[in-house]
Design a binder for this molecule. Sequence first.
Ligand SMILES: [Ca+2]
Ligand SMILES: [Ca+2]
Ligand SMILES: [Ca+2]
Length: 196
Amino acid sequence: MKKTLAIAIAALVPCLAQASTTVFADNFNGNPYGLNTIPSGWNVSGGTVDLVGAGGYGYLCATGGGMCVDLDGSTSNAGVLSRDLLLTAGTTYTSFFDIAGNQRGGSENLQIIFGSSTMSLNPLASDSPWTQYSLTFTPTVTGTYSLVFNNAGGDNMGAILDNVSVQAVPEPESYALLLAGLGLMGTVARRRKSQA
Ligand SMILES: [Ca+2]
Ligand SMILES: [Ca+2]
Ligand SMILES: [Ca+2]
């Protein structure tokens, strides 16, 4: 038993060192085309966004095609697109997202917020190619945090967003805790065996 457990833990360690899990992913492909439409599961405040793509409204979406989001809808008032996520204290989360220029003309001023982390794309040229960006955030308190895409302006042409995901990588202390837990399980198992 002891030897088996030791082998099991030894086998687990390298896996744990690389363990990262997808806690959220959306390629927007499950949504219908629509001007001034809120993508399923997302929030839009202070204006509108459009669901666009090559089969409707003529936009080239990122890898995987299908649908993507024009962050400035069709009401001359760019909406703030956000997604709420339940995040655990002490875990490092990295959000990945593909962004392209508005594909129509002029440049954009875009701010992305993930928890307390922020980044800006300003200016983002209209012909800026699809690029994967990332933003990392480690909450110190477990709770609900937002991933926010805020495109300034209101000319109905916004940066285009696709393939949003969030990956979680536990902090080293979490691994240590997990390994300590496994070690404790081993001790209990050994005790049970010797009592039997
Ligand atoms: Ca897509
Ligand atoms: Ca638009
Ligand atoms: Ca614009």
